[in-house]
Write a protein that binds this ligand. Structure first.
Ligand code: ZN
Ligand code: ZN
Length: 454
């Protein structure tokens, strides 16, 4: 269909609200508003914006997180039909060359988040749901300071992001009001800093006329950074923070959490890092901020297994001594999370563990001890972990020496490793079920430690 042929349906020229401010309106909410005004459903509007060449695809739901060719085409079509050239500023379009969408979505989609106090005082004619509510790393309502929520306070059900404007204030399932007094969770100061940085970032991205941040921004910064980096340890930490391999170039897009972690690690504001990468590096900034924490997976529940995996990795590292530590693959398989998830959740613990694993002995010895570890483990698997001590299991190395078979030294390393590991694993698994992991996690985030206590 030629666009001119339905010029008669040209959309009302609604303006995007809050442009250039931290409370900018996201394109998805804008389309809901358009739907409210025109009586067209969001689906009908999205179909209207669809390019004919994309037959076979369902209509694309508008999203403020963008990226990709289809979304950009959709936004351009909306801009043309509403005579409003600024709609792209209701997304993170400005960052599309440097940022990927990792961590912004959950596997099951993007849940709606809202401020209960805002909802309580809502007026559809003057209020809108700001883009920052959709960024999972933002914890508080910028206006009221209370926690943003994503489930009905009565029945706990999550709410669709697509619900029409007139129906959004009540639960889809039990009809209870979603507004309320709001609560405020105690958090480390770091998270207030994160909220502020994201608010500034949204104001930046929503300023009409703002140009794309160039793809080589991080590379420019990194070159300068490498010149300034005083120790290899810091460079290594930065690489971990960005999820990069040793030697990999700084020229690919990163996740929002990596960008924020990177800025926090260096004590630079995100905007400075993006808009003046070289200048941001000119001051000797490499004294790490002692209030720094890793910004982790925002969708990890309190009792998420990934927390238990981190707990186990840190404990194994803290206790490591004259014994073998198993590979990350073994550890994550035992806990039941993927290694990549742990890596994204806490790149530093993950990286420290991998390093310790690789450095414990030569590759050939590591292999032999790995085999012996499996044999030792096989032997103690039926034991009650509390009975599993070095003195009670004095016979284990001799047994492993025969069954693996390996030399006695390797059998000792592997057996003692298996004994310590087995008890920690039992502990970690009980943590995963209970509140202990969450408590440990809060204690951990509250502590201002940046490294791992070895
Ligand atoms: Zn609010
Ligand atoms: Zn409900």
């Amino acid at each position: 269909m030629e666009q001119v042929s339905f010029a008669w349906t040209a959309l009302p020229s609604l303006k995007l609200r809050g442009l250039g401010t931290p409370l900018a309106e996201p394109i998805d909410y804008y389309v809901l508003r358009m739907s409210w005004v025109t009586g067209w459903s969001v689906n009908q509007l999205a179909t209207l914006m669809q390019d004919d060449r994309e037959e076979g695809f369902g209509p694309l739901r508008p999203s403020c997180h963008i990226f990709g060719h289809r979304r950009e085409a959709q936004i351009s079509a909306f801009e043309q039909l509403s005579g409003n050239p600024d709609l792209r500023y209701g997304t993170l379009w400005v960052l599309k060359e440097v940022l990927n969408t990792k961590g912004l979505y959950r596997q099951t989609g993007v849940p709606r988040r809202w401020c209960p106090v805002c909802y309580q005082k809502w007026d559809n004619d003057t209020d809108w749901e700001p883009l920052v509510w959709s960024i999972p790393y933002v914890s508080c309502c910028p206006t009221h300071g209370c926690d943003l929520v994503n489930a009905c306070p009565s029945c706990g059900k999550e709410q669709s992001r697509d619900t029409a404007l007139g129906l959004r204030l009540r639960c889809e399932s039990c009809d209870a009001p979603l507004g309320g007094e709001g609560t405020k969770t105690e958090r480390a100061k770091f998270y207030d800093w994160v909220d502020q940085e994201i608010l500034k970032l949204v104001a930046f991205c929503s300023t009409p006329g703002e140009q794309l941040v160039p793809a080589d921004t991080l590379l420019q910064f990194a070159e300068e950074f490498e010149n300034h980096a005083r120790s290899k340890g810091i460079l290594q930490k930065v690489r971990r923070c960005l999820g990069m391999q040793r030697g990999e170039a700084f020229n690919r897009s990163i996740s929002l959490s990596a960008l924020i972690n990177f800025s926090a690690l260096l004590g630079v504001s995100v905007i400075d890092l993006l808009s003046r990468p070289k200048e941001a590096m000119s001051a000797p900034l490499l004294d790490l901020w002692d209030g720094f924490h890793w910004l982790c997976d925002p969708f990890a529940e309190k009792n998420d297994a990934v927390r238990a995996a981190r707990w186990l990795a840190k404990k194994v590292l803290a206790r490591r001594g004259r014994w073998y530590i198993p590979s990350m693959r073994v550890l994550t398989k035992d806990i039941g999370v993927s290694a990549s998830r742990l890596k994204a959740f806490d790149p530093e613990s993950y990286g420290a563990y991998i390093d310790a694993y690789l450095k414990q002995c030569r590759p050939a010895t590591r292999y032999t001890r790995g085999v012996a570890f499996a044999a030792a483990r096989n032997e103690i698997e039926d034991q009650n972990p509390t009975n599993c001590t070095h003195s009670r299991m004095w016979w284990l190395p001799h047994h492993v020496e025969k069954v693996a078979p390996v030399n006695l030294e390797d059998a000792y390393y592997a057996s003692y490793g298996a004994i310590v590991y087995w008890r920690l694993l039992a502990h970690a698994k009980s943590h995963a079920q209970g509140a202990v992991a969450a408590k440990e996690d809060i204690r951990w985030t509250e502590s201002a430690q940046t490294g791992i206590a070895a």
